[in-house]
Design a binder for this molecule. Structure first.
Ligand SMILES: [Zn+2]
Length: 436
């Protein structure tokens, strides 16, 4: 999910991000399964904070990188009320490792420069880690995450979002691995030359032969294969082809919201069998069908106004975004409670297994978050809700990070058992520009 780029195209993705404008109305049916009483059990809260502090907590998808790149946002300064993420709040939330999303908008497919955009963003993550060496540590492995945790630093990792970033070259894929990329989301909302997306036309019936080579090369390198955003058929093909367990870096369960971005029970089961992990996305439209329906209805209602804005500011995308946001802020949708996140965790744990679920927030990539969750510092509230529902400390640690670490370590092992010389033995296949 991306606030910036999509705001121009899809009003649906611009809900009220300003917490002051949201209501505390509890409209979601899912809410009822959550906390009925707003009163916090202080003993349980203390326990949640203790676990949060000692556990490895991994978030596999954060889009603050877009603002670091486009607005020159310095993650060492407070962004409370503006963004979901800054270093102080990462530490406050007990976060051990963040995967910074190297999100490449599809406009670069038509304009050119997908790989360059990815490189610009990668540079921003390194710059932040260099600027704050006591707080952030560039990390490239599951072992690095534990090392950073021991040193009291946030492990900074990177995942590419949108496989078009490799510009159809396995050589470029290897170069991104060398630069530190440790997962790649095969598509964003656009179908590319080798994989179908969940939000675009299916052109290849899943993965093409080249797409399969991309997956195998990622396996060989030890780069995690991420199936968030891909079509069901692509996901199914990846599950057939991949030699290592896969991840869905920021995806939720379809049973609660029939959104094309969400994962069906059948595929959840298969990801469980594959040994992979599904990291739950916090976007209310993915979490709660009622919210998504209300969002669609609102966007339909506001369409004449947004169409007019698009005409008026067609040459000024920044102003268009501001004006569109103003309009949606004035028409807020009641947000579901953050306890719905735990409904999704519960469900995935039941269907795929407790070893196959984690957290992929999509902070700063989504225009709104559930009620009670304003940013990365609120992560312990999820731990609290897990405790409240009777999850053991061991299971909570799995959900918070150990499951992802297991999958990461497994992918590293698969890479080691292959003949792993990055330069020497890799497949040289590429689709040349112009050839389809
Ligand atoms: Zn996304």
């Amino acid at each position: 999910m991306k606030l910036k780029s999509k705001s121009v195209v899809f009003l649906a993705l611009i809900a009220a991000a300003n917490p002051a404008l949201t209501t505390s109305q509890k409209t979601s049916s899912l809410m009822q399964s959550g906390s009925n009483s707003p009163a916090r059990d202080e003993r349980l809260w203390k326990e949640a904070l203790r676990i949060q502090k000692s556990a490895i907590v991994v978030d596999t998808h954060n889009d603050i990188t877009t603002f670091m790149t486009d607005e020159d946002y310095d993650i060492g300064t407070s962004s409370v009320g503006k963004y979901h993420t800054d270093i102080a709040r990462m530490k406050q939330g007990g976060l051990s490792a963040e995967f910074f999303s190297i999100y490449v908008d599809k406009k670069y497919v038509t304009e050119g420069g997908s790989a360059r955009r990815a490189m610009d963003m990668i540079d921003q993550v390194y710059r932040a880690a260099e600027r704050y060496p006591n707080d952030m540590m560039m990390s490239y492995s599951s072992a690095d995450i534990r090392k950073a945790k021991n040193e009291g630093k946030v492990a900074a990792l990177m995942g590419i979002e949108g496989g078009h970033a490799i510009e159809n070259s396995l050589s470029a894929l290897r170069d991104f691995y060398r630069l530190g990329i440790r997962y790649m989301t095969l598509t964003h909302n656009n179908t590319n030359d080798w994989a179908d997306s969940a939000r675009d036309d299916a052109k290849h019936n899943g993965l093409t032969d080249f797409g399969k080579q991309v997956v195998l090369e990622m396996n060989r390198l030890g780069m995690l294969v991420d199936v968030s955003h891909v079509s069901d058929k692509t996901m199914s093909d990846v599950l057939e082809v991949s030699k290592a367990p896969i991840i869905a870096s920021h995806s939720s369960a379809k049973v609660f919201s029939n959104h094309p971005r969400n994962i069906s029970d059948e595929l959840l089961r298969r990801i469980g069998k594959n040994g992979g992990v599904v990291m739950v996305n916090f976007y209310p439209a993915f979490l709660d069908q009622k919210y998504w329906d209300a969002e669609k209805a609102r966007d339909e209602r506001l369409k004449p106004q947004t169409d007019a804005l698009e005409v008026k500011y067609k040459d000024d995308p920044k102003r268009l975004e501001e004006e569109t946001k103003k309009l949606t802020d004035a028409n807020p949708i009641p947000r579901p409670s953050l306890t719905v996140i735990v409904d999704h965790i519960d469900h995935i744990a039941k269907v795929a297994g407790i070893d196959h679920v984690g957290i992929g927030s999509d902070f700063d990539g989504v225009p709104s978050l559930p009620e009670g969750l304003e940013g990365v510092s609120d992560l312990p509230k999820i731990t609290y809700e897990l405790l409240r529902r009777g999850y053991s400390e061991g299971d909570i640690r799995k959900i918070l990070g150990e499951n992802l670490l297991r999958v990461f370590a497994e992918a590293e092992k698969v890479a080691k058992t292959d003949t792993r010389k990055i330069s020497g033995e890799g497949n040289l296949q590429r689709i040349n520009p112009g050839a389809k």
